[in-house]
Write a protein that binds this ligand. Structure first.
Ligand code: 5GP
Length: 202
């Protein structure tokens, strides 16, 4: 089995996925973040090539034509895609894990293409809490906040695509659960069978 752990992290916007992903990457320096392409405009503070590769619709469509995406989808009126080059990069850099921050459509496509991928879905403790968190994120307009809130229920309906669910009530506790998932996945027999066999043969 490939040693690279493919970890999909998904959630309705406002459930705390970005914070949890950042904490996971801090805890596991041998993980990398899959930098998606998007046609969305950068929010203040976002860095091109680090948060996203910001492209226009024409550039995005060229990637689709060239089959360079592992998956792509329209989310909240913008296009988002994961390029296959991100997987190559993580392997070249000798990473042991890669995190895909994608919506449920992306999760479904990655799972179809790379069935060994592990999907984690972050849930808010309640819809009220989700609404409050969306409003606190001052970077978005009221209209964007409402659109995202309305879509949250549709997104939550897709929880069945995922292997693990985490309720993000207390962020430190949720982060510990996420680290636990990585440890559990790394302890799977299929990942360590070669090691056991080597011991038996030595
Ligand atoms: P945001 O615009 O808030 O950064 O992201 C909006 C949504 O798009 C989030 O649910 C995020 O997970 C999703 N997203 C980000 N990158 C990708 C991607 O490459 N593919 C897909 N399918 N969704 C993505």
């Amino acid at each position: 089995m490939d040693d690279l752990l493919l970890l999909i992290i998904s959630s309705p916007s406002g459930a705390g996925k970005t914070t949890l992903t950042r904490k996971l990457l801090e805890a596991f320096p041998d993980f990398t973040f899959s930098v998606s392409h998007t046609t969305r405009l950068p929010r203040s503070g976002e860095v091109d090539g680090q948060d996203y590769h910001f492209v226009d619709v024409e550039q995005f469509r060229a990637h689709i034509r060239e089959n360079s995406f592992a998956e792509w989808a329209e989310v909240h009126g913008n296009l988002y895609g994961t390029s296959l080059a991100e997987l190559e990069r993580s392997r070249k850099e000798g990473k042991r894990g890669i995190v895909f921050d994608v919506d449920y459509q992306g999760a479904r496509q990655i799972k179809a293409r790379l069935p060994q991928a592990v999907g984690v879905f972050i849930l808010p403790p309640s819809l009220d809490a989700l609404h409050r968190r969306l409003q606190k994120r001052a970077t978005d307009s009221e209209e964007v906040i409402e659109r995202r809130y309305q879509k949250a229920q549709l997104e939550i309906e897709h929880y069945l695509f995922f292997d693990y669910l985490i309720v993000n009530d207390q962020v430190e506790e949720a982060a510990a659960h996420l680290r636990g998932i990585v440890h559990a996945e790394r302890s799977r027999r299929a990942r360590l069978a070669n090691h056991a066999e080597t011991l038996l043969r030595s």
